[in-house]
Design a protein around this ligand. Structure first.
Ligand code: AMP
Length: 217
């Protein structure tokens, strides 16, 4: 399965992506994680991306596409992959198509997680991520077993600097302008599936599996 997860910031792409990763033993590639790692390692690309990420702007297509394509060349993606947060523009979707066609790897399936705006805001403001491994939690929806600490690695949980109210509002505007057209791009090619992303995480996962034509675990 070559899966692209689509949806607004806070739609649950990361959480559902992790569940799918476990269920199907596929690699999950989150462009936001790749960028945060590059920024933490202070690479040239990380330094170029920093200002855009901090302000909730999209990182230029060439930079992020290069990073994702490089990751997709690794052998562990041969069995399939789950892309989370990429593509975010029609140009990125076209580049991904060209890359996969040139590599004779077939088309992707795009899954759109539909979530109400009020829920997006609640999820994003309550989100906390592990400063060490990047795992995602939510103060009320998915609290860690021990307050402030990651269940997986024990790292300190922090709020992402771009999860503040002001930056969130901007990210949602950017999503509507730049990323929503990607839905039409996949729909026109008959590759788009939809799942209701509101509600409880396990219920959403059941709907995700149904949308993908897979049975519940
Ligand atoms: P995310 O973790 O997916 O919410 O991404 C965090 C930030 O990284 C976004 O707000 C963008 O600034 C940047 N970013 C992640 N993926 C992309 C992408 N595909 N295209 C452009 N910018 C991206």
């Amino acid at each position: 399965m070559q899966l692209v997860l689509l949806g607004a910031p806070g739609a649950g792409k990361g959480t559902q992506g992790e569940l799918l990763e476990r269920e199907f033993s596929l690699v999950r590639i989150a462009s936001g994680d790749l960028l945060r790692s590059a920024m933490a390692a202070d690479t040239q690309l990380g330094r170029q991306a920093k200002g855009f990420v901090a302000q909730g702007e999209l990182v230029p297509d060439e930079l992020v596409t290069e990073l994702v394509k490089e990751r997709l060349q690794a052998p562990d993606t041969r069995r399939g992959f789950i892309l989370d947060g990429f593509p975010r523009t029609v140009t990125q979707a076209q580049s991904l198509d060209e890359f996969l066609t040139a590599a004779k790897r077939g088309a992707v399936t795009a899954l759109y997680l539909e979530v109400k705006e009020a829920i997006l805001l609640k999820r994003l403001t309550g989100r906390r991520i592990c400063s060490k491994c990047g795992a995602s939690f939510h103060l009320s929806g998915r609290p860690p077993k021990q307050e402030g600490l990651c269940d997986t690695c024990g790292g300190e949980l922090v709020q992402r600097p771009d999860d503040t109210k002001e930056v969130i509002r901007h990210r949602l505007e950017v999503y509507r302008r730049e990323t929503e057209p990607v839905l039409a791009y996949y729909e026109a090619r008959g590759l788009l599936r939809r799942a209701d992303g509101n509600g409880d995480l396990q219920d959403i996962f059941a709907r995700v599996l149904a949308a993908l034509g897979e049975d519940e675990p």
